[in-house]
Every structure is written in structure tokens, then in C-alpha cells.
Design a protein around this ligand. Structure first.
Ligand SMILES: [Zn+2]
Length: 290
């Protein structure tokens, strides 16, 4: 599942590939891609619009459109955005397609069909509210702080962990309304690096652990970007290539292998319904509440 480094990789590539191009036609091949907006209306709104920039916000790819709106793409589990210079044979799981006026195109392929697109006011993406998201409200309006931005300070993190003190740290880092862009893989890798057990309560972290956690999150995310993201199953960048970060995991998907720091066997557990990996020696379990 693409997380911040994978989406950032795609956005940086698309920056060099689609900026300045004008959308001639949008076609949907799966009606839920643009849900709740009908695909025909979606197509009319995109037709003739020029792309002025590409960036990432949380796990969304954001294509800024002339006039202040943005086309946002949520890749979810298996979504891919593939740029083509010339007419290419359709991907077997093509769900939507953008033809540019100059003959190039951008294809949205998605095996599992969870990926979505929306046209939004670009300003709505600023978020950073830490408000609780109301049921049914779109996630893009509630995105939290970007962990690679200057706003992600130790002080901010300390306050955030205090406010959400009763949550276990592992699932809390996955909450996109708190910190935007972190998913299961980088969450697990960052907690190992910071020597924090996934079940520790957010409110129990000491100052030293909080600054280690901030540092670890930024370190693993930046490394992920440097390695072009992690490819497991479906992730491909905008030119169809795999990332290399999967070779760099310290604990993710390494149950039974030695911890790179102390040699103890990595264990797999399930936390909040997600497969989780940690070193039982480096990441001490919290004491059971008495
Ligand atoms: Zn260890």
C-alpha cells in the first residue's frame, strides 16, 4: 500500500511529466473511481484544464489545475498512475484515463478498485486542524501535519501525544488526521528505530523517546523517498518501475530474522488489526495495567 515515500516518488516524477499539459479528455472505466460525482460531470470539469503543478499531501497525489482547483488521487491499496508518451496498450486493470492535448496520457490502474479521484478546492487540503473527522466527511479536508515539514516539531509531537494519550502509539501514527502520510510499513520501521514498543500508550512516552520518535519517522520516510519507495505486490512509480526500499526494512516482514541491532528474533503480532513487527529486546513491552 503506497505511503508517503511512494506517493512522493510518484508526485516528483509526474512533476516533470505532466506539468503544463492540458487535459483533452477524461474517461472512467469504473464508476466508483469518481464517486460520489458522476464520471460524465467529472470529465466535463476536467476538459480543457491545464495542470500547473504536482505535489503530495498525506497519501494523496495532488495535480493542481489552472484556476485554483486540484485533481486529487488516492491510490489506496493497489492504485498506480502511469504516464505514457504514446498510446499504450491498456493496463488490464485500467480504471480511468486522462488524454492530454499533445497526445500523451496518464492512466490510472488499480487491481483492488479501492482507489479514488476527486476534484477539490486546493485550499481544502491545507487541513492541519486536528479536529475529529465527522462520519462521511472526506478525509482530504482533515489531513494532519506533514511529518517532513517544519511544523512537525518535537513540541508539536509532544502536545499531540498528550492530547491522544490513551491511544496505543502504533495505531495513532496511522491516523491521517494527526500525522499525514504514515502507513503500516514506515510506522513499524520508525518505532523499531526509536526503540518504542507498538503498544505503548502515547501519553506514556518520555521526552527522550518523543524526540527519538520524531527523528526516526523523518529518517525512515526520507530513506524511503531516497530508495524510490517500497514495492511489495503492486506499487510501481509513474514510469512503471519498482522501488528498492523493501530491501532496506529492518523489521517489517522479517519475523524470525535477527534484529539488526541486537540479534534477537523479530516477532510478528497484530495491533489494531494490522500485522506488526518488533524486536522484543529493543522495544520493551509496556507493563500490563494493574
Ligand atoms: Zn533488537
Amino acid at each position: 500500500m503506497p505511503e508517503l515515500p511512494e506517493v512522493e516518488t510518484i508526485a516528483r516524477q509526474l512533476q516533470g511529466l505532466v506539468v503544463g499539459r492540458t487535459i483533452r479528455r477524461f474517461r472512467s472505466l469504473w464508476h466508483r473511481v469518481t464517486e460520489p460525482e458522476p464520471a460524465a460531470l467529472f470529465a466535463r470539469r476536467l476538459s480543457g484544464r491545464r495542470i500547473t503543478g504536482v505535489r503530495r499531501r498525506g497519501k494523496f497525489v495532488v495535480l493542481d489545475l489552472e484556476g485554483g482547483e486540484a485533481l486529487i488521487v488516492s491510490l489506496r491499496m493497489t492504485g498506480q498512475l502511469l504516464f505514457h508518451i504514446e498510446t499504450a496498450r491498456a493496463h488490464p486493470y485500467r480504471r480511468a484515463h486522462i488524454d492530454f492535448a499533445d497526445g500523451t496520457s496518464l492512466e490510472f490502474a488499480d487491481t483492488r478498485k479501492f482507489g479514488r479521484m476527486a476534484i477539490v478546492e486546493a485550499g481544502a487540503l491545507e487541513g492541519m486542524t486536528d479536529r475529529r473527522r465527522r462520519v462521511g466527511e472526506p478525509l482530504h479536508r482533515y489531513l494532519g501535519v506533514e511529518p517532513l515539514s517544519r511544523r512537525f516539531t518535537v513540541r508539536w509531537l509532544r502536545e499531540f501525544l498528550k492530547r491522544r494519550g490513551r491511544s496505543a502509539i502504533k495505531p495513532l501514527l496511522l491516523d491521517q488526521t494527526g500525522i499525514a502520510g504514515v502507513g503500516n510499513i514506515y510506522d513499524i520501521e520508525a518505532l523499531w528505530r526509536a526503540k518504542i514498543h507498538p503498544l505503548r500508550l502515547a501519553g506514556s512516552l518520555r521526552d527522550g523517546e518523543i524526540s527519538r520518535l520524531r527523528e526516526a519517522l523523518r529518517w525512515v520516510l526520507q530513506k524511503g523517498i531516497r530508495y524510490g519507495g517500497a514495492s511489495r505486490r503492486d506499487y510501481r512509480d509513474a514510469q512503471g518501475a519498482e522501488g528498492r526500499m523493501q530491501q532496506e526494512f529492518a523489521v517489517y516482514d522479517r519475523a524470525g530474522e535477527p534484529c539488526p541491532r541486537c540479534g534477537t528474533e523479530i516477532v510478528r503480532t497484530v495491533v489494531g488489526g494490522r500485522g506488526t513487527f518488533h524486536c522484543p529486546r529493543c522495544q520493551r513491552a509496556p507493563r500490563a495495567p494493574s
